[in-house]
Design a protein around this ligand. Structure first.
Ligand SMILES: [Zn+2]
Ligand SMILES: [Zn+2]
Length: 374
């Protein structure tokens, strides 16, 4: 298709008009893709915790179209797009600037301009968006996609082509939540075959970390999770042990007992300082604690410096699993095809028009990873 022949399209999008929501499905217009942009017909989109954080008041201009785990089919492409073509199946991920030193070193998760390209609600270059309603601007470009919509504009950089024999409607969460957990283990911690890991929190990101650990044939993997059904799911996905902190008085001692003295590395997905205080003490010498969750705004790291010194312990905040989506999403899909990465077991499907029910199911823990299908 000739990009110049493409015009704007009518779409149905879930808007957030005020802090706290709800999502309201409304008719909007999605403009033609500009240079290096891609217009995607969405097939499925995941609900990530960050969508709910934005809905509930993290600063973003409203009304806004959220959604940042989209998967769909390329409907049209803007000038200069070469990596995808009309009809390709694609997964959308976070966006980055392409110009800063970290983007140049294929570390787009640490793009110097990450906030502007993912959270500004507009195109950072000129303050416009591709979405409008009766001529009025609707904020979009959330994570460079705003995919709570039947059509969305993404960018060549955050649009990843995938094979057509994969179940497209459930692939979107690979672009954020699943990549975040699995990438933290595989990329950031570099967990190796036979090595041990403790995971604090068995939600979508923690269980994705577990999937990553199993994909690289980790040894002992201990999941600390108070919700019994999530603990049971963790065991069925390959955790060697689950600790329920409501039933275990000394979680640190239990981890040391189960692992024979401590774990190689640890992951915190809770953001709770009292949990991090335990997590940082679980690692063997030269271990690393990866921190993934959004902490309370005033939280300080609760770590004993002498204990860390003695062990040479590291602590690292990890964004998007240190992933370059163009290579890591295909890597996760290769594990999936090999039967080593059953991420589909985390997913519960909802029709797109039940997006508020999906959000509620995520908040109550009834659904680990909701995916809205179109
Ligand atoms: Zn950058
Ligand atoms: Zn996310």
């Amino acid at each position: 298709m000739n990009a110049a022949a493409v015009s704007s399209l009518g779409a149905k999008a879930a808007l957030v008009r005020k802090i706290g929501g709800p999502f309201t499905i409304e008719s909007v217009q999605v403009a033609a893709p500009r240079e290096h942009e891609v217009r995607v017909c969405l097939v499925g989109v995941g609900m990530c915790h960050t969508d709910l954080v934005m809905r509930d008041g993290f600063p973003i201009p409203m009304p806004v179209v959220l959604g940042h785990e989209g998967a769909g089919v390329v409907e049209s492409i803007g000038a200069g797009v070469t990596s995808v073509a009309v009809g390709d199946h694609v997964v959308l991920s976070f966006n980055s600037c392409a110009a800063c030193p970290n983007c140049a070193e294929t570390q787009p998760a640490y793009c110097y301009n990450f906030m502007a390209h993912n959270f500004a609600g507009v195109r950072p270059a000129d303050g416009t968006t591709a979405v409008s309603q009766d001529g009025a601007l609707i904020h979009a470009n959330f994570f460079g996609q705003s995919s709570f919509s039947t059509y969305a504009i993404s960018h060549e950089r955050n649009t990843v082509k995938v094979d057509k024999d994969l179940p497209l409607e459930i692939l979107g969460p690979l672009g954020c939540g699943i990549q975040t957990g699995a990438g933290a283990v595989i990329n950031s911690l570099g967990l190796k075959k036979g090595e041990s890991l403790a995971i604090f929190g068995g939600g979508a990101v923690g269980l994705s970390a577990l999937l990553g650990a199993r994909a690289v044939d980790a040894g002992t993997v201990i999941v600390v999770e108070p919700n019994a059904s999530r603990g049971a799911l963790a065991l069925s996905l390959g955790a060697t042990h689950v600790i329920n902190p409501k039933e275990t008085a000394d979680v640190l001692a239990k981890i040391k007992e189960l692992s024979g003295g401590g774990v190689r590395h640890a992951i915190d997905t809770t953001g709770i300082p009292a949990v991090v205080a335990i997590a940082v003490e679980t690692m063997l010498p030269n271990g690393m604690l990866g921190l993934i969750a959004v902490p309370p705004p005033d939280a300080m790291l609760p770590a004993n410096m002498l204990s860390m010194l003695i062990r040479g312990a590291g602590v690292k905040y990890i964004t998007e699993g240190d992933a370059d989506p163009q290579t890591f999403i295909p890597q996760m899909l290769a594990y999936y095809k090999a039967g080593k990465f059953p991420f589909d077991r985390l997913i519960k499907k909802f029709p797109f028009d039940q997006i508020n029910e999906a959000a509620h199911a995520s908040e109550t823990g009834e659904a680990i990873k909701p995916v809205m299908v179109f």
